[in-house]
Write a protein that binds this ligand. Structure first.
Ligand SMILES: Cc1ncc(COP(=O)(O)O)c(C=O)c1O
Length: 355
């Protein structure tokens, strides 16, 4: 039996909705996109949501909406698109190390990283766990900085009663196939309470205003069938997140006594986009599991500041991010993962460590 790291859910209603949109609507934009935006804004708890063609586009457009050209503090332990979007928008990433306990960006390190050129903080709710947003928003307010949340991995995650994506000035989501909800392809969403940001984002996603361009923009519109599919996924995401939390609990039960690995926090706020452990002898463990047809990911094998195009932005060492990159392993997690399958994964991990 093959057990993948992640697996999207596709059901009949999603297929039907896609086909309906294909037959009845336009191929790009249209009613399904508008409805998806309204429903997503309501779900997140913001006044506006603007659909775009990827999470990366959401981040680039968010930065452009705020006119960010200087430095943006972010984590070196994230998918490369976070730092990439900063450079693509014409600004510079400035890294702040992660906490060793949660693997999210550390507020203390953010404070240390602030200099006169820093304009913005871009926290990433890594693996689905919300960052300490109260601390981050307090720092931002105190220093007059913008906050753009990278919520690509955290659809539906809540922090102190608010959904991520509604706490900073702008939230950016990805609907890439492996995410907690998808649009059957690439897609993204920008959430905000700022009317002006929503208006500019709509212009930027469509060549800066198309034939009446006010900006140099992008072709970053969402396809109609993707939105139709995403609307049905949105109805399911809370239930799937509950299933992911249950799977995380089961992993904790089965793996709790294993000293060779460190488990992620069990936290009700977490939506477990990924279930990431730190493991001794990580590469060998991954190979062993692969030989048993259990596929694990590494998110991420190299901290961003160690990647060639980003080396120049490293102003110091980021030891927690580097340690995590060397030891992290993403175990299979998806809503349809069965307890017997999870048990098999855990038994093989125990077998590998001779327990
Ligand atoms: C943290 C993070 N930021 C940004 C992105 C970019 O999203 P996309 O792949 O939809 O462009 C992703 C996912 O791919 C991500 O995981």
């Amino acid at each position: 039996m093959v057990i993948p790291t992640s697996m999207p859910v596709v059901d009949e209603e999603m297929e039907k909705e896609m086909l309906r949109a294909l037959r009845e609507e336009f191929f790009v934009g249209g009613k399904s996109v508008e409805k998806f935006e309204e429903e997503f804004a309501e779900y997140i708890g913001t006044d506006y949501a603007v659909a775009v063609s990827s999470g990366t586009d959401a981040l680039v457009i968010a930065l452009r909406c705020l006119g960010i050209k200087s430095k943006v503090i972010t984590t070196p332990m994230t998918f490369v698109a976070t730092a990439e979007s900063i450079v693509l928008a014409g600004a510079k990433p400035k890294f702040a190390d992660i906490e060793a306990s949660t693997w999210n960006i550390s507020s203390e390190e953010i404070e240390k990283a602030i200099d006169k050129d820093v304009e913005t903080i871009m926290p990433v709710h890594l693996y689905g766990l919300p960052c300490e947003m109260k601390e981050i928003m307090d720092i931002a307010e105190d220093k007059g900085l913008h906050v753009i949340e990278d919520c690509a991995q955290a659809h539906g995650a809540e922090y102190k009663g608010r959904k991520v994506g509604s706490i900073g000035e702008i939230g950016c989501f990805s609907f890439y196939s492996t995410k907690n909800m998808t649009v059957a392809g690439n897609g993204g969403m920008i959430t905000t309470n700022d009317k002006k940001v929503a208006e500019v984002a709509k212009l930027l996603r469509e060549h800066g205003g198309s034939n009446f361009a006010e900006y140099i923009g992008y072709n970053a519109r969402m396809n109609t069938v993707n939105a139709a599919f995403g609307r049905v996924q949105l109805k399911r995401v809370d239930e799937w997140n509950m299933k992911r939390r249950r799977i995380a609990k089961l992993y904790h039960e089965y793996l709790k006594n294993l000293e060779k690995i460190k488990l992620p926090a069990l936290d009700e706020r977490h939506v477990y986009h990924l279930f990431v452990i730190e493991a001794e002898n990580r590469n060998k463990l991954r190979e062993y599991l692969r030989s048993k047809e259990i596929f694990c990911g590494i998110h991420y094998p190299v901290a961003i500041h160690k990647l060639k195009p980003y080396e120049k932005y490293a102003e110091r060492e980021y030891p927690n991010a580097e340690h995590h990159a060397e030891t992290c392993l993403s175990l299979p997690i998806y809503p349809t993962l069965k307890e017997e399958e999870l048990k098999m994964v855990c038994n093989e991990i125990k077998a590998f460590y001779g327990e």
